[in-house]
Structures are given as C-alpha cells and as structure tokens.
Design a protein around this ligand. Structure first.
Ligand SMILES: Nc1nc2c(c(=O)[nH]1)N[C@H]1C(S)=C(S)[C@@H](COP(=O)(O)OP(=O)(O)OC[C@H]3O[C@@H](n4cnc5c(=O)[nH]c(N)nc54)[C@H](O)[C@@H]3O)O[C@H]1N2
Ligand SMILES: Nc1nc2c(c(=O)[nH]1)N[C@H]1C(S)=C(S)[C@@H](COP(=O)(O)OP(=O)(O)OC[C@H]3O[C@@H](n4cnc5c(=O)[nH]c(N)nc54)[C@H](O)[C@@H]3O)O[C@H]1N2
Ligand code: SF4
Ligand SMILES: [Mo]
Length: 647
C-alpha cells in the first residue's frame, strides 16, 4: 500500500534575500522532499542548492536531540529541567550580584524569523541587559542609505523588468540571491543590458555583457570617475537641483580629478568609466548594490557614492531605475507586542564586529554571562581567536543551536533548537516585498524545542511566566496587527503569495525623501582606506558559497574536511603550483590551504569560502582582524591582506 503523503506549505527562514515558499513532502512524520512553490512569483518552483540539501541537516546524526550541560571539560546530556534550572539559577544570581549589564544577549541571523524577536523581549524584561550594536552583515550600507535617503528600501523586484540597463555592483546572485536570476534573465530578454562590477570573477559575469573588475575597495574612485564622466557627457539630470542637497559639494568632490585619474585609482580603464556613465544617462538604469562590497573600511562611502550616482543621473523614483541595497523585511510587522514594554534602553552595547575585544574590555561590571542564539560568532565574526578567548572566560555561556558549533563547544549549556521545518514563524524578505509564514512540517524530535518554547519554559523560572503566555500562532497574529486590517491574515499568508501592502512599487516616486529636508543628501567627502602592509600582497575575499548558509554546511560530507581551497591568479600564487598545499598567512593567523589557480581573478585577491569550521582549520575569520567600516559599525571583513607561503 502506498504511504500517505502530505505536502506542507511553509517559508524558508534562512538569512537570504529570497524568503522562498517551500513545499515540504511529509510521509510518516518525516520530511522526505523539499520543493519550491511553483506559483510563487519569486520562488518560481525552485530552491537554492543549500536548502535543496537541507534534509541532510535535518536528519544529520550529529544534530542535537537533548540539552548539554558542562561537567568539567565535557559537555554531557542533561534533562530540560536540569538544564533550565541551572540556567535560571545562574542568570538570577549573576543579575543579583553584578546587575543586568553583566549579562550579554547576542542574537544573529541563523533564522530571520520575526518571532525570534521574542528572545530580545525576554532579555529586555529580564534586564534590560547588554545587547549588540552595529551590524556585521549590512551595517555600512544601511547607514549610507539612511544618511542619503532617510531609509533603505527598494522598488518592487519585478520593476527591474522595466530597466534599460542593470548594473550589478559587487553582487553575485548565482550564489547569494538565486531568485534574482530569473528576473535578470527576463529583463535581458526584454532588452535590458547587464554589467557586473566586481573585483572577483564569478559565474554572474557570464550573464552580463561586460565585467568591470576594479581593485577591491576601488569603487568609490570608480563612482567619482563615473560622476565626472556623466557631467562631461551632459548626463546630470536637470531636475536634480530640486531633490538633491549638496550638489555643489558633490561636484567639487568628483571634480578633484579628471576621469582618467579616477579610473587609474580604481584600476579600470577610462573607457570602462565612460561606458558606465553612458548607461546611467540612458535611463532607466537600475543599480543593484551588493552586500559584499560594503564590508570594507570605505564600504559606507562606496554605497553613498552609488546613491549619489543614482540621484544625479535622474534614476531615482522612476520605474526601472533606483539604487537597491535592501528591502525593509521587518516593515510589515508590528513589533510593539514583541517588545518588553520596558522603557529603559539597554544599559550598554557591544559593537558586533568587535565582539571578542569588547567583551574582554568591558568593565564595571565585566560581562559574566552570555546568551547566544541563532549565531556562531566564533566562526562568523572577525578575529576568531579573541572571540574564543572572550567566550571562554565567562561564568555562564548558553548557546541555543541545533548543532555543537565552534561557539557551542565553549558553552556551559547548549539548548537544542528546532529547525525551520519544525518551527512556527513569520518572515519578510530583504530581496523582495513578499511575506511568508513558517509552519511546522513535522514536530521537533523529542528533546528538541523551538526558540519560542525554550523561552516559554525558562520564563516562569525567572519570574516572567505571565509575559510568555499564548501560543506561537497567537503571537504571529499579534505581529500581523499592522497589516491584518489591510487583508494580510495568517490564513492568506499560508495559502497564497502575499506582497507587503505597505511597500512601494516604485520607491521615492514622488521624489520626496524622509531626510531632515526631504531631499537626497549627496556624499561630499572622500573616505580613507586601510593601507596595505609590506609582504601581504593579497586581499582575502572570504565569500558566500552555494554549498553553505554562512557556517551551516550541508553534506555529505556535511562539513567539508581537509584544507580549505584558496583561489588565486597563477601570478599571485607565489610560485605555488595548482593543487599544492600551502600556508595562508595574515598579520594575526595562518591556515593550511589548497591553492587553486584561476587566471580570471585579479592578481591582488585570494578568494575563499566564508563560514569554514575553526575546529577543522578552515575558518577565514582566524585571519581577519576586527576592524570597522566607515559607517554603521559593520566589519571590514575583506580588507585583510594575506600571503601564500610554501609549507
Ligand atoms: N549560498 C549562500 N547564499 C547566501 C549566503 C551564504 O552564506 N551562502 N549568505 C547570505 C547572507 S548572510 C547575505 S548578507 C546575503 C548577501 O551575501 P553576500 O555574500 O554579501 O553576497 P553579495 O551581495 O553577492 O556580495 C558578494 C560580492 O561582493 C563582492 N565584493 C567584495 N568586495 C567588493 C568591492 O570592493 N567592490 C565590488 N565591486 N565588489 C566587491 C564580492 O567579490 C562578491 O562577489 O546573501 C545570503 N545568501
Ligand atoms: N569572513 C567573513 N565573515 C563573515 C561574512 C563573510 O562574508 N566573510 N559574512 C557575514 C555575514 S553577511 C553574516 S549575516 C554573518 C552570519 O553569521 P551567523 O548569523 O552567526 O551565521 P550562521 O552560520 O548562519 O549561524 C547561525 C547559527 O544559527 C543556528 N540556527 C539556525 N536556525 C536557528 C534557529 O531557528 N534557532 C537557533 N537558536 N539557532 C538557529 C545555525 O545552526 C548556526 O549555527 O557572518 C558574517 N561573517
Ligand atoms: S536559502 Fe534563500 S534561496 Fe534558498 S530556499 Fe531559502 S530563501 Fe530560497
Ligand atoms: Mo549577511
């Protein structure tokens, strides 16, 4: 007899711009297959390679199925009561002895579920405790757009179909934004012309008619050259004076050098600069700003320069134009009920990219306890060794995760979290305006709990029981409070594709900007870059890979073994043959790697995967110093210089 098979319609909660709608096939309490919803205008019936393989994580024998409690050197299985009683007792006594500021709550992007904010609520009510500030992922770019436009949002994804030119500026959709690809292909079919601007060669180059390969961080100079060339070609929008502040200062800035010199500073040709200017002048021209580019010391200034290019060329507020960096994924939800209602701000904050160093430095009171959820900071934040040192010194480290990660290894208590196929949540996307509902395809295994359930069990133990009543579904309805009156109910989200009704179709169509004077604020200063160091000729580009979601790999083998691969131009390999083993060294660390030659790369970059395990010697952040971006307190992750040496 055939087994009864059901299909559950849910949403992907991973840190990804797409927020796909997933069809999960379930048979006898087990998920047997995952597919993309064919009817959804963004998902279009396919999932990325990493989530297509999610069942390997879901049913990985190494998945945690019980809480772990440290006994001496070892983490040993414990019951939920034992683990939660221990955590509650330690949190209460540390708060009593040293105050709530001695407790640090760190939540990262393991899940972008909106209900995960209830964890923030818990620590607001319990404290308020110390929290993070800045943003390792997109801090620099968001700060730039807030400064320029007063908000960071985008026109509809499908409005790209109206573009004549699309500039993919520091963006690799084949890896990081795969559901943008069908839109780009359709736009191209309708006549749009695509250019990639990226120091690294990747597959997206093949989708574009041109690949401009500036030096890493050279984009500010490149953009200034483009602005100058635009002016020379008469391409500055006559109406720009009406909606831009600081036009004269901006003109003085790009006027500091001739086009030829800006091109040289960016390490591109003058012709490439003039060609980009021509495309901007042939409106509508859409600038798609990648997230990778702003993770550098001048990252905020680069995004500000691209904002300015979009503005003065008259591409803002028109269909097929725009400077898209982010979609306000939280904008549809009402976070009022999710917040603690505690009027007090956090007593202190820790700058995310400098987490290790700041945890060590904070004094009066020192940080004694840390609760980490949906994050793997040892691997994903720069300067891994300092993060390890800081987290190893605590009186209490609680990590909520589905696996014993490099961070969980250091914990006193590890609480096993449910996966997205077992969770109940809501999502918004940062690459389109659609909303989704996460519904459990299966129940968590016995011994595993959702983040919400963990809070619900812990709350009464610390006197917060009344604050975490209700079911996850009831909380979902509360958070939909703002858009339910506009017809966005849970029931609709769970059966059809629903666009955020509050989001604009064409952003800034009225050319009014939510800045202090209602106008675009143009960048007026040249940023400072981190200088190179003698003997370290290569920029370490530790980038997203299709094989994993940050540090979450899928197998088999789930975690790749052996030395990490570093791709370099043959002339940048220091004489090391293709396939050889070498050491990659920075000022703060080294790793054993396998060298791969790739003559399409520049001679000043070394490309490797982000998210490699530290325990397996594959962690790029063991090499990267914790240095900040020029705005938004992001991490200058790709400015670290390295060298390859024979072993
Ligand atoms: N498969 C997969 N997908 C992912 C993720 C993943 O880990 N794996 N991570 C997710 C996350 S956390 C995020 S934030 C998003 C975005 O994830 P990101 O990895 O930020 O993706 P991109 O926006 O494509 O940005 C990467 C590109 O920026 C380029 N870049 C770096 N420096 C410069 C520069 O100075 N100038 C220029 N012009 N380009 C530069 C890199 O060469 C690279 O091609 O994707 C998500 N998608
Ligand atoms: N060198 C270098 N470093 C980088 C980057 C880079 O490009 N290069 N990229 C940066 C970027 S863009 C980002 S966003 C950060 C990402 O940094 P993180 O957000 O720390 O990355 P993840 O590996 O996604 O870690 C999330 C952890 O959450 C767990 N998790 C997943 N779902 C859930 C859940 O529902 N509940 C709980 N409790 N846990 C869950 C996963 O198992 C995983 O261990 O890394 C940054 N670090
Ligand atoms: S990770 Fe992104 S592309 Fe992959 S299934 Fe999830 S939302 Fe879609
Ligand atoms: Mo990110």
């Amino acid at each position: 007899m055939p087994r009864a098979k059901t299909v559950v319609r849910t949403s992907c909660n991973r840190d990804c711009p797409d927020a796909c709608v997933i069809l999960a096939e379930v048979s006898e309490g087990r998920v047997t297959a995952l597919r993309g919803e064919p009817e959804h205008p963004v998902t279009q019936g396919f999932l990325c390679s990493r989530t297509s393989r999610f069942l390997e994580r879901q049913y990985d024998p190494e998945r945690l199925t019980t809480p772990l409690l440290r006994r001496g050197e070892r983490l040993e299985p414990a019951s939920w009561d034992e683990a939660l009683d221990f955590v509650a007792e330690r949190l209460l006594s540390i708060r009593a002895e040293s105050g709530p500021a001695s407790i640090f709550h760190y939540r990262s992007g393991g899940s972008l579920g909106i209900l995960k904010a209830l964890c923030d609520r818990f620590f607001e009510l319990f404290g308020p405790v110390t929290t993070k500030r800045g943003d390792i992922c997109s801090g620099a770019g968001e700060a730039a757009q807030l400064a320029d436009f007063g908000e960071s949002d985008s026109s509809d994804l499908h409005d790209l179909l109206n573009a004549r030119h699309i500039l993919l500026w520091g963006k690799n959709p084949y890896v990081s934004n795969v559901h943008l690809l069908p839109v780009l292909m359709e736009a191209r079919r309708r006549g749009a012309r695509l250019v990639l601007i990226d120091p690294v060669w990747h597959r997206t180059a093949g989708l574009c008619e041109r690949h401009v390969q500036p030096r890493p961080g050279g984009d500010f100079a490149l953009a200034m050259g483009v602005a100058r060339a635009l002016e020379e070609a008469g391409g500055i929008d006559d109406e720009a004076t009406g909606y831009c502040s600081g036009l004269e200062e901006f003109a003085a800035l790009y006027g500091r050098r001739p086009v030829r010199d800006w091109a040289r500073a960016a390490d591109v040709t003058e012709e490439e600069v003039r060609d980009l200017a021509r495309r901007l002048a042939e409106r509508p021209c859409a600038i798609q700003v990648g997230w990778g580019m702003q993770r550098r010391a001048n990252g905020s200034a680069i995004v500000r320069a691209l904002d300015a290019l979009g503005a003065v060329s008259g591409n803002l507020g028109i269909s097929g134009g725009g400077v898209s960096f982010y979609f306000k994924r939280r904008g549809a939800f009402d976070f009022g009920p999710a917040h603690g209602g505690n009027a007090e701000p956090p007593p202190r904050t820790v700058c995310e990219p400098r987490l290790g160093q700041e945890l060590l430095e904070l004094d009066r009171p020192p940080i004694r306890a840390c609760w980490i959820t949906a994050g793997n900071p040892v691997v994903m934040l720069p300067d891994s060794e300092t993060t390890v040192r800081a987290l190893s010194r605590l009186d209490l480290l609680v990590v909520v995760d589905s696996f014993v990660t490099d961070t969980a290894r250091l914990a006193h208590v590890v609480l096993p979290a449910a996966t997205m196929l077992e969770d109940e949540d809501l999502v918004g996307a940062y690459g389109n305006h659609y909303l989704g509902s996460v519904v459990p395809a299966v129940r968590p295994p016995p011994g595993v709990a959702t983040d919400f359930e963990i809070l619900r069990r812990l709350a009464p133990r610390v006197g917060l029981g009344a604050e975490f009543g209700g079911t996850a579904r009831e909380w979902k309805r509360k958070l939909l409070g703002k858009i339910a009156p506009l017809g966005v109910t849970l029931e609709r989200l769970e059966t059809e594709a629903v666009r955020n009704p509050l989001a604009p179709v064409v952003l800034f169509a009225d050319r009014k900007f939510p800045t202090s004077d209602g106008r675009v604020h143009l960048v007026s200063e040249e940023p400072v870059e981190l200088s190179g160091e003698d003997g370290y000729p290569l920029y370490l580009m530790s980038l997203s890979t299709e094989k994993s979601q940050s540090s979450q790999w899928a197998g088999p083998p789930r975690r790749p073994q052996g030395p990490a691969v570093v791709r370099v131009h043959p002339e940048a390999s220091n004489g090391l043959p293709d396939g050889s083993t070498a050491r990659i060294e920075s000022r703060i660390g080294w790793l054993l790697v396998r060298v791969e030659h790739d003559s399409r790369q520049r001679t000043d970059v070394a490309v490797m995967d982000k998210g490699g395990s530290r325990a397996l010697g594959r962690c790029a952040n063991s090499l990267v110093r914790a240095r900040l971006t020029d705005g938004g307190e992001g991490g200058a992750l790709y400015d670290e210089r390295v060298r390859l040496v024979p072993v």
